[in-house]
Design a protein around this ligand. Sequence first.
Ligand code: AMP
Ligand code: ZN
Length: 113
Amino acid sequence: MSDCIFCKIAGGDIPTELLYESEDVVAFNDLDPQAPVHVLIIPRRHISSLLEIGETDAILAELQSAAIEIARQRGLGETGFRLVTNCLEDGGQAVFHLHLHLLGGRRMGWPPG
Ligand code: AMP
Ligand code: ZN
């Protein structure tokens, strides 16, 4: 999608250090980190939100597997982490290209705001 910032990152049009790359998935640091580790994991292809994923689409498993691999690489394998996907307005989604937030390196509160 031509005006999507995450499509531009995935396509190399906005230079961004990629922490993880596979055929279908890329990951990079969040611009405004909310924890010592705050990585965004996204599909290369444009999917606007969780609600746009088809029943047989395997992308969610790929995104989660990538997140777990990155979490281990970043030293979160012992202490744990949080994996969050905001969906549409009530979920607090601001960028309408599906992404998982990997948050770690500090104790998370509950319930979320
Ligand atoms: P959400 O509210 O779930 O849609 O989260 C969008 C996230 O994208 C926010 O945490 C932003 O800080 C982050 N973000 C926006 N633009 C960029 C960018 N160019 N590079 C990295 N992270 C970004
Ligand atoms: Zn996009």
